[in-house]
Design a protein around this ligand. Structure first.
Ligand SMILES: O=C[C@H](O)COP(=O)(O)O
Length: 253
């Protein structure tokens, strides 16, 4: 990864999804111990399920690992059974939150407008959002990847992000959990298009917002993916569940 003085540190974020019980905290502790002993070039985050958030944040206190949530409700509080607000995430110790992940867009019909409202809620609670976009296999095959992803970005990134700390993630749906990845050229192409949207929306600030890649990032492909122009980090699913694999990806940044 080529870094200039104006390039922010890359971000390597682990998304544990709906995996992890109390014993899994040992993996996070192992990650924290390693990155604290030998600080990496990248910022490191882990986003556990909500049940582990508070305990992980306590375990990571004073460590160089940021703890984050995987979603939040757009409202500050209210009668929303089963939901969690951004303020609750922050209260539990989260400092960032993943929003608009394709698994939520697909399972709960989350629209770009809803994702944008969640981003507003996250900012109000002082959380750094990681906002996700990605095309399906059919959309890629139809040559629509760039148009789909930039359209999602325009609809999901509210103007209030101007000047705020945030990241975006390009996650092709067909690459998530499949072991398949786009070519570096294809990743660069979509990231360049996303950079164009970020600059169009946020000017100079948009030029420095990290654009993460996510979708089957593993220890054996991380170095190549992270060296791709315009890749500012990774959003890692399965390989973030074990300290050994996640640390290998962190070391590649
Ligand atoms: O949020 C993470 C992504 O969905 C990638 O998941 P994966 O690394 O298991 O493919």
């Amino acid at each position: 990864m080529t870094l200039s003085l104006t390039t922010p540190r890359p971000l390597i974020a682990g998304n544990w999804k709906m995996f992890g019980l109390e014993a899994s905290l040992d993996e996070a502790r192992a990650v924290a111990a390693a990155v604290s002993a030998r600080p990496p070039a990248a910022r490191v985050a882990i986003c556990p399920p909500a049940t582990l958030l508070h305990r992980m944040a306590q375990a990571m206190a004073g460590e160089a690992v940021i703890v984050g949530g995987q979603d939040c409700h757009p409202a500050e509080a209210g009668p929303h059974t089963g939901d969690i607000s951004a303020a609750m995430l922050a209260d539990a110790g989260a400092r960032l939150v993943i929003l608009g992940h394709s698994e939520r867009r697909a399972a709960y019909q989350e629209s770009d407008a809803l994702v944008a409202a969640k981003v507003e809620a996250a900012l109000a609670a002082g959380l750094e959002p990681i906002v996700c976009f990605g095309e399906t296999c059919d959309q890629r095959d139809a040559g629509q990847a760039e148009a789909v992803v930039t359209g999602m970005a325009r609809g999901s990134l509210p103007a209030s992000l101007a000047g705020q700390a945030f990241a975006v993630a390009y996650e092709p749906v067909w690459a998530i959990g499949t072991g398949r990845t786009p070519t570096p050229a294809d990743i660069e192409h979509v990231h360049q298009a996303l950079r164009g949207v970020l600059v169009e929306r946020f000017g100079d600030h948009g030029a420095s917002v990290p654009i993460l890649y996510g979708g089957s990032v593993k220890p054996d492909n991380a170095r190549q993916i992270l060296a791709t122009p315009e890749v500012g980090g990774a959003l890692v699913g399965g390989a973030s569940l074990t300290a050994a694999d996640f640390l290998a990806i962190i070391a590649a940044a």
